[in-house]
Design a protein around this ligand. Structure first.
Ligand SMILES: [Zn+2]
Length: 418
């Protein structure tokens, strides 16, 4: 069936290129993108048109780093330093996900709120609990959120109530992989929490599993200086943090590494050569005083940087806010270094919040023909009608001034979900 959305269509075609289609038709065939046209071509005039007037039609968001079980306490304890915050909020909350009824209730809310915020693609950490992880995948799939979810692995340097033995971690990972074969939109991703929380034996098991089953991997890298010192102490044979993941076969083009705040030229070169995708999480880096990631440098070097909300080190599920936070953080870095080239553009922010994640997940960028539609309709028409304001300027302004209350429609996999 032919349908079309009408409005001002903006697509992120590359970190530097915004595709702008004023007052145009996004034509769909059975929920898949057929093309974008300024006027409906003669052969498809029978398409059923949904007219969104002067609103903006954007790609929906890909949140490439967040922790499912942490959503419920987002914003709590934000005046505590990292270790106190983890001990008081993060770890005790994650432990509650041993209870599957509790997990069901919380994950249903999270899945709903993601769609409400226009996020239809994710790469998410669950907790170490296999059954709760399956519930998370189920709730996301039901709500229309697609992407990857990982059962967390941690067999050391974790509180005793939230730690597996190496044997348990391996066995549960295999059980989880077996059980998640039933999902179609949400797939498994191996998730060593971070190098310090996994023994060499467990990392080596995960590396082999990745190779055998061709699985993607997500973890954390060079988030803060204390963590980097701990890695150096735990893995004295590795010169830099990334070499730990690399040594165990967990560092290639199917790998997402959250943060990379303190990744120097050598670490960044290694990521680039292996095609690893850094995930920038500006809100979390600010909250936990980790530092400011050199995002503009990474983009200039050709890294495939994605954005993540990093709920709940990050304080918002909104990828609009996450884009604004990223632009702000890059300007803070520019101010500190007295270097305006550290600031990122709206083109870069929009691409990192959408296309970079799409590419990691194996989808075409922008509204590529043949792809199932992932889009939002963002209504900025309540904002002042400034003379001569361009669509590019309206997108940037919307990122700063709008939130989920202004999202009028959300499409995921070709289906309208809001
Ligand atoms: Zn994280």
């Amino acid at each position: 069936m032919l349908t079309a959305l009408k409005g001002n269509i903006l697509e992120a075609l590359s970190p530097d290129t915004l595709g702008i289609h004023p007052n145009s038709y996004l034509v769909l065939e059975d929920g898949r993108v057929a093309g974008i046209y300024p006027v409906l071509p003669d052969n498809i005039t029978e398409a059923q048109v949904e007219d969104f007037g002067d609103a903006l039609i954007l790609q929906s968001f890909a949140d490439m780093h967040l922790h499912g079980p942490q959503y419920e306490f987002m914003g709590t304890g934000m005046d505590r330093p990292l270790l106190q915050w983890l001990d008081t909020y993060a770890f005790p909350t994650e432990a509650r996900y041993a209870n599957i009824d509790y997990a069901r209730e919380k994950y249903r809310i999270l899945a709903h709120d993601l769609i409400q915020n226009g996020t239809t693609r994710v790469c998410m950490f669950s907790s170490l609990h296999t059954d709760a992880t399956l519930i998370l995948m189920e709730e996301l799939e039901k709500a229309g959120v697609t992407g990857y979810v990982g059962k967390v692995n941690m067999d050391r340097n974790a509180p005793p109530y939230l730690c597996e033995t190496t044997e348990e971690s391996e066995r549960e990972t295999l059980r989880w992989l077996e059980k998640c074969k039933r999902f179609t939109l949400v797939k498994p991703i191996l998730t060593p929490r971070f190098a310090p929380s996994c023994s060499p034996e467990l990392l080596s098991f995960l590396g082999k599993l990745k190779e055998e089953r061709d699985l993607p991997v997500q973890s954390h890298l060079s988030e803060n200086t204390g963590e980097i010192a701990l890695v150096a102490q735990l893995f004295p044979d590795c010169r830099q943090y990334w070499e730990v993941y690399d040594k165990y076969g967990l560092f290639d083009s199917k790998t997402l590494m959250a943060h990379c705040v303190h990744s120097d030229r050598r670490e960044r070169a290694a990521m680039r050569m292996r095609g690893v995708h850094p995930v920038h999480c500006a809100s979390s880096n600010n909250s936990l005083m980790s530092g400011i990631s050199p995002v503009a440098d990474m983009l200039r070097e050709g890294q495939a940087v994605c954005l993540g909300s990093d709920v709940s080190g990050g304080t918002t599920l909104s990828m609009l806010h996450t884009m604004a936070n990223s632009i702000n953080a890059s300007k803070d870095r520019g101010s500190m270094k007295q270097d305006v080239s550290q600031a990122i553009s709206i083109e870069q922010a929009y691409y990192m919040a959408t296309g970079a994640g799409q590419a990691f997940l194996g989808h075409g960028i922008g509204f590529q023909a043949g792809e199932p539609l992932h889009a939002i309709v963002l209504d900025d028409t309540g904002l002042p009608k400034l003379p001569n304001i361009t669509l590019r300027e309206r997108l940037l302004r919307a990122v700063y001034r709008l939130d989920d209350r202004h999202i009028r429609a959300v499409y995921s996999e070709g289906v309208r979900r809001l």
